[in-house]
Design a protein around this ligand. Structure first.
Ligand SMILES: Nc1nc2c(ncn2[C@@H]2O[C@H](COP(=O)(O)OP(=O)(O)O)[C@@H](O)[C@H]2O)c(=O)[nH]1
Ligand SMILES: [Mg+2]
Length: 544
């Protein structure tokens, strides 16, 4: 196998490990700690293994008590390195047979294999620059817990797994359910040997091998090599040796094993996420859902009350400025609704103020909660279990700060309350003119009446179409004042409506900004976290 091919595999593995690492980081706080810890262990192991000799392929012999691991180890080695035994002593410590000793020490230290044997070269087995380490291991079903632990650890560390089964126990649930099926992703680095075929009548060898192959297919290992052998007689040992040599020479086993680990870890993360096979995305926030949230929060934060106060305040001011001068002072006794809400502070810095709006009570709180919940629910639609929970949790993140932030947003919104309208001045001037005209008429008539009372000659008053001018002045002045007052009422009604509409727009925008910061942004952060997680998981699984 070319070095070039190996390098490409390595860089692909790099990317997948990187992606798995990112996926794990993205899932932190979302997926269960133990799941993440398992993945981190895989990452850790991968980086350790990769930092050690890539020129050595580590092949472990696994199997039940008495299946012939030690015997097969010896047979493959062509040397009596390991002790094989009918009863005791069974293998209790891993034993390494090494071809190409140079550079293997650190690797064996990492594997915690103390018993090391530099094996005599076997023709064509492993040459100087292709190192090979065979490991004879304890039984996976050992009565000693320490032995079982060693096997568990080694299953996770070796590059190639050779399963040594025997005709009696090859179908045992223990090996299939506890080891083979869970490692179905590791088919590329798994070899299954049916040992002790000399114990079977000749004609039964093939059916038993077929039966084993079928069981392995059910484990998800339909493609693994299944070899029949007899360690004692030497039958089929050549084939086992050749199969081992093949993976060792390719120098791909290490990468393949780690790649399989990454695949498995990615599957675990996907399972823990409840992700469907093709991945998924959350619906996220839409313009409509954001607008609806802002609208609901605006109501809960008393925006309609403020909008109404803006209109009433304007009308009151308009009356004070344009009403009939004789009666307009009465309006002074009506309180300004905006001032009562502490929203009319001409000249004060708005951002330093609080409103005097009624504090959010239970109904407002309930309305806010419902709006936030509804928004989160819509945004998290399509997201799987734990991610959905994360999105919803993010929506509630700013809950405590929400009422205060909304109040401040309203307090600092420019309501243009102090802004005068141009027509006020015109109306006011004409009002006073009308009043003065009427008063002048009164004065004129008064003078005439006084002259008459004093029996002095009363001059003739000028007339307009038969009406005495001072009387016309009085009637005209009063009438004009009333007409102006009524007209002003209509105009101020319309102007108040437009001013309150502007206020509503600004207030809603201010509320939307608060909702954006405290609710929408955290939700969108989680939604994009899920999207990134799904993408990195895909990359980790090698499906891009
Ligand atoms: N007939 C027969 N006996 C075997 C074969 N392989 C191993 N044995 C015997 O099975 C017993 C256990 O072998 P051992 O290699 O110690 O098994 P281990 O516990 O898996 O290491 C020993 O007595 C071996 O001689 C085989 O292929 N055929
Ligand atoms: Mg043994």
């Amino acid at each position: 196998m070319s070095r070039h091919g190996t390098a490409r595999e390595a860089s692909q593995l790099d990317r997948r490990l990187e992606a798995l690492n990112s996926a794990t980081e993205l899932a932190s706080g979302v997926l269960p700690e133990e799941t993440l810890a398992g993945v981190l262990q895989v990452l850790d192991r991968a980086s350790s293994r990769r930092s050690l000799s890539g020129d050595h392929t580590v092949v472990g012999f696994f199997g039940a008590t008495g299946s012939g691991k030690s015997s097969l180890f010896n047979a493959v080695s062509g040397e009596e390195i390991a002790t094989a035994a009918v009863r005791r002593p069974t293998t209790t410590e891993p034993l390494a047979g090494i071809w190409g000793v140079q550079g293997s020490d650190a690797l064996l230290d990492w594997l915690e294999v103390r018993k090391r044997h530099a094996a005599a070269p076997i023709k064509g087995f492993a040459d100087d620059d292709t190192g090979l380490i065979l490991l004879d291991l304890p039984d996976f079903d050992s009565t000693r817990a320490a032995n079982r632990e060693i096997v568990q650890r080694m299953v996770g560390l070796v590059d190639v797994l050779v399963w040594v089964l025997d005709p009696q126990k090859y179908a045992d649930a223990a090996v299939h359910n506890d080891f083979l099926a869970p490692l179905s992703s590791h088919g590329a680095v798994t070899i299954v040997v049916l040992n002790q075929i000399d114990r079977l009548p000749e004609h039964e060898v093939r059916p038993v091998l077929e039966s084993l192959t079928a069981i392995l297919a059910r484990d998800g290992l339909g493609k693994v090599q299944v070899l029949g052998a007899s360690a004692v007689l030497g039958t089929g040992v050549d084939k086992v040796r050749a199969a081992i040599r093949q993976v060792a020479m390719q120098r791909k086993a290490m990468s393949q094993r780690l790649a399989a680990d990454v695949t498995l870890a990615a599957v675990r993360l996907a399972e823990a996420s409840g992700l469907p096979a093709g991945g998924t995305t959350a619906a996220g926030a839409t313009a409509a859902s954001k607008a609806r949230l802002a609208g609901e929060l605006a109501v809960a934060a008393n925006v309609p009350l403020v909008v109404d106060a803006v209109a009433r305040s304007y009308r009151l001011e308009a009356t004070l400025r344009t009403g009939w001068p004789v009666t307009r002072w009465l309006a002074r006794f009506r309180p300004d609704p905006l001032r009562r809400l502490n929203l009319r502070r001409d000249g004060a810095k708005p951002e330093l103020n609080r409103t005097s709006l009624p504090p959010a009570g239970a109904p407002e709180q309930a309305r806010t909660d419902a709006a936030v919940r509804e928004f989160a629910e819509a945004a998290s639609a399509g997201a799987p279990g734990p991610w959905r929970a994360a999105i919803r949790g993010a929506a509630r993140e700013g809950n405590d700060r929400l009422p205060d932030a909304l109040d401040q947003a309203i307090a600092s919104t420019e309501l243009s309350a102090g802004k005068k309208s141009w027509w006020w001045g015109v109306f006011n001037a004409v009002q006073w003119l009308a009043l003065v005209t009427a008063l002048a008429g009164f004065a004129w008539l008064g003078v005439l009446a006084a002259l008459g009372y004093l029996q002095l000659p009363v001059p003739e008053v000028p007339r307009v179409q038969g009406w005495p001018v001072p009387t016309v002045m009085i009637a005209g002045g009063v009438l004009l004042g009333i007409v102006l007052a009524i007209g002003a009422r209509f105009i101020s009604g319309a102007a108040a409506a437009s001013r309150s509409a502007v206020a509503r727009k600004r207030l809603t925008a201010a509320v939307a900004a608060v909702a954006g910061e405290l609710v929408v942004a955290p939700v969108e952060r989680e939604v994009s976290r899920l999207a990134k997680f799904t993408a990195t998981l895909k990359a980790a699984a090698g499906r891009q």
